[in-house]
Design a protein around this ligand. Structure first.
Ligand code: PEP
Ligand code: MG
Length: 602
């Protein structure tokens, strides 16, 4: 199987099974002619007419794209029209016609190749994308000048097929007859390629970035394209085809079920209401969190404000951003996490000598407390935003109580300063703590005395408990939040918070995965902060399970000897309530790993 399984990037979901059709979109042969001086003006006129015809054609494609993919996506063609009409480029072509007496097509080809060489040398991904657009336009203009007329390649398609090409132009994507072209596969391209965006909106399954596709997939070969997983199976067996069809049916069923739960509350079958919030790293995710029904933001990461600009953001800029996120969720809290710099994310403005162990070094709250200017500006921004929205503050990587007390003291001092300066800001706001270290988990009862809420960052908690670098691929199978040691810490934190009457949540990646969400409910968590795309899946799971069953399974898991045994307990318990075969049909990577997956499949 392995040599028949090709892996690329899934850019548009869906499964298609059919024969491949390899489309080679090379530049047409352009004969080298020179024209007599008397014909030069005629050639210039031909060039201008061709450009204006292609422009008309691109506008038609834009209208088709608007209809098939949507107005935003159709704007891709505006960029193409601008490229087509580039004054400098066209002046260069006309110059070649006038001075060298080339035909319009030869001059155009010459200039286009020059441009292509210039762009392809840079390795810049944005220029690579522009290159695909350029190629599409050049082919169109040359074909026009060579009187190739209308592109009727698709008229010859008699049966549904999978288009395989080195690169796919946006124009090609919108023109494809949907009944004949069932999927796209290309060597070039990523999720953000124009053709990928259009394929996704139109609903054609597509896999891009599949190296050597043109050579490996010969015309007529039967293939299964899985546009979610990013795979192509060559010459599939009947059993593989049957499995793919089953997967597709289950995926449709899962999608339909997920759509139904978006507007419903995340309540377990025995009536426990779970609050599902969103984790937001970048501004682009705010919309996804809203659309997927997030009840506020449980973790607003703020590092991008520095890393995106490689400079320190101003108080105004931060206040405006926090306010904007807060106002996007008017009836729910937005938890702003103070800068979690260091470890793997120490941006340029902080030039410090390299540390031997950055994850055990100068990071997160340690940096903020050592750099009062940085911290004060952020805390003032948070207080200002809190005057307009339900903003909470959360401190990362706490290991000592005095870190919380010192932060609170600065918050209070800055609230006084803002008031004295007459600047609109909250006088106070809830200050919570991320439980990400064994030290904080073990001290959770004391921490709850000095904080308003706690939220467990299971990514770091797992790393520091198991002494496994969360980014080390070689140790990836040791990095598991299901280890009973991590679960016992999670339980300690939930119990301590409950005893203190303080809210506790989980905002690590673990909460975004259905089986773990079930386990966390069993450990006593009623608020989960989840990566926005995973919200429907987690809600769908919550609505099918009972908290009582989650608790009994979690109690057994706490007694387990290792992570594998935990999964063997939790997997079947989840399968009692949830049709777990649907989970496996989904392309979602946040599925139970290893033994749990094996158990669930039964
Ligand atoms: C965590 O550690 O679990 C967490 C949510 O924080 P980050 O992933 O940003 O370190
Ligand atoms: Mg963390």
């Amino acid at each position: 199987m392995s040599e028949r399984l090709l892996k690329g990037i899934g850019v548009s979901p869906g499964i298609a099974i059919g024969p491949a059709r390899v489309v080679r979109s090379t530049l047409p042969e352009v004969p080298a002619h020179v024209v007599p001086r008397s014909q030069v003006s005629k050639e210039v006129r031909r060039l201008r007419a061709a450009v204006s015809d292609v422009r008309r054609h691109l506008l038609e494609l834009k209208a088709t794209a608007e209809e098939r993919a949507g107005a935003d996506e159709a704007r891709i063609f505006d960029a193409q029209i601008l490229m087509l009409e580039d004054k400098e480029f066209l002046a260069g072509v006309e110059g070649l016609i006038r001075e060298n007496h080339l035909t319009a097509e030869k001059a155009y080809e010459f200039k286009a190749l020059e441009m292509r060489d210039l762009w392809s040398g840079t390795g810049n991904p944005r220029l690579k994308e522009k290159l695909v657009d350029l190629n599409g336009i050049v082919i169109r203009v040359l074909e026009h000048l060579l009187h190739r007329g209308k592109d009727d390649r698709w008229a010859t398609l008699t049966e549904p097929c999978v288009i395989v090409a080195r690169e796919i132009a946006p124009a090609l994507t919108v023109q494809l007859p949907r009944d004949k072209v069932i999927a796209l596969v290309s060597e070039e391209g990523t999720r953000t390629s124009h053709a990928a965006i259009l394929a996704h909106s139109i609903g054609i399954p597509a896999v891009m970035g599949l190296a050597g596709a043109e050579a490996k997939i010969t015309a007529g070969t039967m293939v299964i394209v899985d546009g979610a997983r990013g795979t192509v199976v060559l010459r599939p067996t009947p059993a593989e085809i049957a499995d793919a069809r089953k997967d597709e049916t289950r995926r449709h069923e899962l999608t339909a079920q997920l759509e139904q739960v978006v507007a419903l509350p995340a309540t377990t079958t025995d009536g426990l209401r779970i609050a599902l919030r969103g984790n937001v790293d970048l501004p682009e995710e705010i919309k996804a969190a809203q659309e997927h029904g997030a009840e506020g933001v449980g973790l607003l990461r703020t590092e991008f404000l520095i890393t995106a600009h490689n400079a320190l953001p101003s108080e105004d800029e931060q206040a405006a951003y926090f306010r904007r996120v807060g106002e996007a969720f008017p009836s729910h809290p937005v938890v702003v996490r103070s800068f979690d710099l260091g470890g793997d994310k120490l941006p340029a403005p902080f030039r410090v000598p390299p540390e031997p162990n950055p994850f055990l070094g100068w990071r997160a709250i340690r940096i903020c407390l050592d750099q009062p200017e940085l911290f004060r500006v952020q805390l003032r921004a948070v207080l200002r935003a809190a005057a307009h929205a339900r903003i909470h503050l959360m401190i990362p990587l706490v290991t000592r109580l005095d870190e919380i007390e010192r932060t609170r003291a600065i918050v209070a001092a800055e609230a006084d300063n803002l008031a004295a300066q007459g600047i609109e800001a909250a006088r106070t706001l809830p200050v919570g703590v991320m439980i990400e270290t064994p030290a904080a988990a073990v001290m959770a009862d004391r921490i709850c005395e000095v904080s308003d809420f706690v939220s467990v960052g299971t990514n770091d908690l797992t790393q520091y408990t198991l002494v496994v670098d969360r980014g080390n691929a070689r140790l990836a199978d040791r990095f598991t939040p299901h280890d009973p040691s991590v679960l016992r810490l999670l339980k300690m934190v939930a119990d301590a918070a409950r005893a203190a009457g303080k809210p506790a949540s989980v905002c690590g990646e673990m909460a975004s995965e259905p089986l773990s969400a079930f386990l966390l409910i069993g450990l006593g968590y009623e608020t989960l902060s989840v990566s926005p795309p995973a919200l429907p899946l987690v809600k769908w799971t919550v609505r099918q399970v009972s908290a009582a069953r989650a608790r009994s399974a979690a109690a057994a898991a706490l007694e387990a000897r290792n992570a594998e045994d935990v999964l063997d307990i939790m997997g079947p318990a989840l399968a009692e309530a949830v049709d777990v075969r649907l989970l496996f049909a989904g392309p979602d990577a946040r599925l139970p790993a290893g033994r749990a997956a094996a158990t669930l499949k039964l």
